[in-house]
Ligand binder design. Sequence first.
Ligand code: NAP
Length: 488
Amino acid sequence: MIIVSIVGPGIKDALAQIARSSRYADLFEFRLDLIAEPFMSQLFAAARKGVIATCRPEYEGGAFEGSEEDRLDILDTASFLGAQYVDIEFAAGGTFLQEFLRRKKNSRLIVSHHQFDNKVKSVAALYTRMRKTGADVLKFAYRADDASDMRHAIKFLQLARRENQKAIAIAMGEYGEASRVLYKKFGGWATFASVDGAIEAAPGQIPMREMKTLYRADKVSPKTKVFGVVGNPLKQSKGIYLHNPLFQRVKKDAVYCRLQAKNIAGFMKHIAPILNGFSVTIPHKQAMMKFLDRLDPTAKAIGAVNTVVRRRGRLIGTNTDASGALDAIESKMRVSGKMMLVLGAGGAARAIAYEAQRRGATVFLANRTERKAKQLARELAPRGLAVNFIANAKLGTQHFDIIANATSLGMTPHVNISPLPKSMLKKRVVFDAVYNPPMTKFLRDAKSVGAEVIPGTEMYINQAALQSALYVGKKPSIALMKKIINIS
Ligand code: NAP
């Protein structure tokens, strides 16, 4: 079940939120502490679905400032007016609970515990104490500071499932986002979603429309295969918008989530075991390698992993960035026998330079920090392969057929910078790994002097298509991928 929190603050706002959500919500939670004048009978009638009444006190992160006696009266009224569920904080104590249970009409009881840090001592002990209240539903929400913190929510749900106890467990904040999507994977009873991105009742809530149509969270089951992207930050990551629709197209019972992680060791210990595969992005592409059972030759040669798949229980790392970029470039010009300049010495430059020389180009590497380009050229050319270093001062003296920008120069928000002057781009094939924005200043300049240009979105789509092939066993068409993320 997907519960949408109605937060007001005005009664008109609350009614508008109900109207906007009724297509997707299975239950409405009315935050009676946040709605300024909560005319309950009007709100409950408008809901036309199950209702949870919540009046969160300040000591539990809510906004209700009155006495416990007043709060009890409000919840009692909600129950009298037909709220199917009433949420009472575990911290309110036994007396409050007993008094509510003595007075309650037909409402079922949700006992909730909120913690605004990730210092969860013992999930098992907490679960046992909450279970003793005899509540119909146990709800545990706490703040996650890393992806691995989601392990507490998973454990809470697993304990509840063993006893057929209805439970909700949420790791709040962006590091815990996947716990909201995967609740049914671990037997959870419900999850919370926001009306839209702008109105959230708790940090990290996902808009209900995404929850239902993109993630299809209510269709997830313990058998659903789980994929995702691990990186930090992940706000700009487009993977969820590509892989989830692709799973739907091929009718694969799978879901793809954002797994924002600072500590890769913790992620590998606590979260990777529930995953069937995952994409790896900045800053973990290199650090990931030492946690895997095997690296394929491309990942090994490049020294970076952007995709991990589980095969017979073993985690295998590969790199689809390299082919993704070169397939994009070769849609305009075969690189074999050509002179190619790669700007940059980071992960993207490493992948592009490796694959270009493997496909027969003579590659030159240049970088702001020249020492790094020299070092990379040395690392990539152990057997006399064609990767050379070129000093920035010498760039104008050498002819290149193909120029690839693999620095982050020109990326949003610094969109008016280009790594090379127009004079060097005339009639060349020019590729930019930067995909945000798709048409960078570098590409606009190149186009204006007659160059063939290839935006980073082409690389992005190609590498994601190769990942999808590994996740679902079949490569999707590039046209379909472009349609899904709306690029012509
Ligand atoms: P990275 O490892 O952090 O490397 C960044 C590179 O950019 C370094 O060579 C750095 O030079 C250079 N750089 C940064 N700021 C600069 C500046 N102001 N002037 C000159 N050089 C500058 O990053 P990465 O993973 O290689 O990614 C690079 C770009 O490729 C990013 O924009 C990323 O979004 C994009 N990318 C795209 C795709 C795709 O699918 N299209 C895939 C991967 C990456 P120093 O060594 O001197 O610091």
